[in-house]
Design a protein around this ligand. Sequence first.
Ligand code: BTN
Length: 238
Amino acid sequence: MNGIQAPDGWSIVWLPEVDSTNDYLRRGSHPPGTVVVAERQTSGRGRRDNRWHSVEGESLTFSVLIRPEVPIALWSRLSLAAGLAASECLETMGYEVGIKWPNDLWILGRKVAGILVESSDAGAVVGIGMNLNNRRLDPELEATSLLLEDGRDWEVGEVLELLLPRLAAWSSRIGADFEELIDGVRRRCVLSGRRVRLQTSRGGMEGQVIGIGARGELRIETPEGVETVIQAEQVRLL
Ligand code: BTN
């Protein structure tokens, strides 16, 4: 699966096994633009300290170290950039995909990919896990794979080659020209108009999603008025 073209300034490291591609990049010193792709992760991590299960040959599992040229306060926008890049990649492959804010990717209400953005001394690590050819997924996860959707098998390398240029492009647009990125996320947002329950650092909150604001925040109509949420630990559809 090696030999794919990396975006300008990026380079790809292929590993047969690693604990977590995010952890690999957060340790040691790697230049920005290093992409690490693993066939197997022994301790893959999801958001909220969840485990992330990936299966050799069935999942796309990779991370990239990015050092954006914008103030650090804006780096969290990378998770929206990664969600949009992965959505566009899946659309090119023929799938209709929605973004469950902030950055789960859904096909017909089931999760097909997740994104974990973490900081490191050298920048931000953007990790993406995507279910490609998985035949069986834990029913509790309410997840799906591309194979389960339409029976097509995908090579990890070919999906990565479609995704990386989009990730490089959108992650360079988290500063002043963020508007187009937000528009792309808004168009695909599966939460708009839906009732949700959120868990945030301020506690629980329930309401109807109005949409996504100019800074990428979720706007919610609650009994107390319109609330804006920049980050949520959990978002459940009601
Ligand atoms: C989530 O939806 O909870 C985020 C899942 C992120 C999984 C990816 S797989 C590659 C990278 N390495 C990890 O340990 N996690 C991310």
